[in-house]
Write a protein that binds this ligand. Structure first.
Ligand SMILES: [Zn+2]
Length: 224
């Protein structure tokens, strides 16, 4: 799926991805980071619709459902309320506190941590998750071992396509998990999200584009 960005909206080909407007927004945003989240919800909850309610008091720019479909809730040049109390040190040593003001938030539909009850894995809501869809792992910040709902391949690919589009439209310096910017307080996206593979795939694409543009430049300078 090739995605692109026009007027701070996400497009799939010539059509805008469904936009479910959230009223929970701040001021203007020049995004420097992408923050990956899980929704801590199952397929019965439409999180984009939840963000559309003022009473929710939270939002994110994008929501990626389990089938890989994407909805946008906030334009990419406006602050969304996804990070809460958070901090990060940028590659240039700059300190960021309250990452809502510098980042794009991507929520991926996933239960997050699961509890073992007898032989079953259940979500915090008591919903069963198939054993084949459970990743048993310890969170990098040391929370006890537990199960984590696996993300789907469709989600990984859709999020990758969105991240590539965002990185080519904005000067994105880095991609972090909510757990990276709020360690101890937040555990999303957690060990089921392969952040290393995700970042490598986004960067590979960016490097390819640089190589292409460099060779295009060489081509134009060397042509008679
Ligand atoms: Zn989060």
């Amino acid at each position: 799926m090739a995605l692109s960005i026009k007027n701070h909206n996400l497009y799939s080909g010539a059509s805008k991805v469904p936009f479910i407007k959230s009223p929970n927004v701040g001021g203007m945003l020049s995004p420097k980071f992408l923050i990956i989240h899980y929704t801590a919800s199952g397929p019965d909850a439409d999180i984009a619709r939840f963000f559309a309610q003022e009473s929710a008091d939270v939002s994110a720019h994008l929501v990626v459902r389990r089938d890989g479909s994407i909805k946008q809730c906030v334009p990419f040049n406006r602050v969304a309320w996804h990070a809460g109390k958070s901090q990060w040190t940028g590659k240039d040593g700059a300190h960021y506190a309250g990452l809502n003001n510098s980042s794009i938030g991507i929520e991926i539909e996933n239960w997050g941590p699961l509890k073992k009850v007898g032989t079953r894995w259940v979500s915090w809501r008591g919903v069963n998750v198939l054993r084949s869809k459970v990743v048993e792992a310890r969170h990098k910040f040391g929370t006890p071992d537990c199960g984590w709902e696996a993300f789907t391949k469709a989600q990984f690919e859709a999020t990758l396509a969105a991240a590539r589009a965002l990185c080519s439209a904005y000067k994105i310096e880095d991609i972090m998990g909510h757990d990276d910017i709020a360690p101890g307080r937040k555990s999303d996206p957690g060990p089921a999200w392969d952040m290393a593979a995700f970042k490598a795939n986004v960067n590979i694409e960016a490097e390819k584009q640089t190589i292409v543009s460099k060779s295009a430049m060489r081509g134009s300078t060397s042509s008679p």
